[in-house]
Ligand binder design. Sequence first.
Ligand code: GAL
Ligand code: MN
Length: 196
Amino acid sequence: MCHRFALGAGRRLVVLTVRNYTRWQDVSMHRMEMISRFSEQRFLHEVDYLVCADVDMKFNDHVGVEILSALFGTLHPGFYGSSREAFTYERRPQSQAYIPLHEGDFYYMGAFFGGSVVEVHHLTKACHEAMVKDQANGIEAVWHDESHLNKYLLHHKPTKVLSPEYMWDQKLLGWPSIMKKLRYVAVPKNHQQIRN
Ligand code: GAL
Ligand code: MN
């Protein structure tokens, strides 16, 4: 799939090919491996910041350089009002993503994170290695790469936390009045059909 669109002056689009996986969980999890590997091969030598985003999203309002920081995460739109006990962290101690009930700051969405290349490289490498360990131990974290991202950000605090204006799903959550703008939003899709 390739949509053609006009790039602004001085902008460049580079497509890096990655391999596919049968299970959507593996497609999602292996983003950590891809990003960490491409960081070593290219990004560390080419750019200052990385913004890592799901592809099934669209820009709906302003998203700009205000998101940049050494390491940023985004609040999951389903949990910004929840207590930490209700966060869907991995709760089995056997997993590298395990977070006990009385720990945790926020529940971050796996679909939008970033920062300096050095920080994102560190994060993605650590998450990938944790998932490799889990796989060797025959366990897969409840929300896959998102569980590992949450574990990493618990012990490596992000320097910026984006509000759910930067990660919204209107089909699921409507448009509550406290959301002034819906900046970056999920494209409506049939999860069942796409995932399975
Ligand atoms: C769902 C979302 C999943 C995962 C989960 C966490 O709303 O579709 O991708 O983030 O929340 O509980
Ligand atoms: Mn998505």
